[in-house]
Write a protein that binds this ligand. Sequence first.
Ligand SMILES: [Zn+2]
Length: 322
Amino acid sequence: MNRKCPGGYRGRFAPSPTGPLHFGSLVAAVGSYLDAKSQSGEWLLRIEDVDTPRNAPGAAAAILRTLENFGFEWDGPVLWQSQRLKAYAAALDHLRESGLAYPCACSRKEIADSATHPAIDGGLAYPGTCRAGLPPGRAARAWRLRVQDEETAFTDRLQGRQAQRLARDVGDFVLRRADGLFAYQLAVVVDDAWQGVTDIVRGADLLLSTPRQIGLQSCLGYPPPRYAHLPVATNAAGEKLSKQTRAPALDERRAAAELVRALSFLGQKPPPELALEQPAAVWLWARRHWDFAAVPRQPFIGLAACPPPSPHPPPTAFAHSR
Ligand SMILES: [Zn+2]
């Protein structure tokens, strides 16, 4: 894998194999794919299977098959996080040697008892109990990043300027968990840098994680990529589509129709009759007409506003309110 992509665009799609792809994952795949292709960029595929207890048997193979049947073409071999543990360990070693990572003995209950305020994305901000060293007689359970008490900011191509004070909004966050697994935040940052990813286009449900990733990039000396956080599809209850909210799996027999629906969700105006064609016809249209400026800028959009295309499509394409 080339670590550098001089002057070029390199994007990626990075699903977790916790279940089959659903409409929400398709929106992220379509958005990242077309943003890359419209800039003559590469589009990489990474399977984020580092959180092994959450992996569903057969899900990774099903995801690859679905992407193929929907007509996605990725560049280079698929990267599997489960085969990258040495790289994550090396990054953690580097942070330890620089004094930026420290061991933490706290149990979940101890943190719950000592935390003073919630973290910005749920859970509790770590109160820093082990920051100055492990309490006497206690053993390390997890490893945490020592975050700086300063603003971490970036400008998202869709969501605008974002800023957090990691020390207040998250606290020193976990790099290696008590169960020995590397944390998502570390794995994603190490892989994006190693793969030379220049542009991260993904769902806005990850917007609040981004300052943590930028903080880690800075600690590890990696160049920051550009970010665009796409609107996330929510169900009638306002929940993000996911395995937990029982989002239905994508139907490969209706691939063209689902692609048309994803394009409409992303503010594009595909001719509705494309839903009756093969996926290749949808891609031909989409690669010619992709308009990033038309992508809605709100982080969440109810799916009810973008129903599945009917076999007899309405005469006018759905248009988003902005
Ligand atoms: Zn601790």
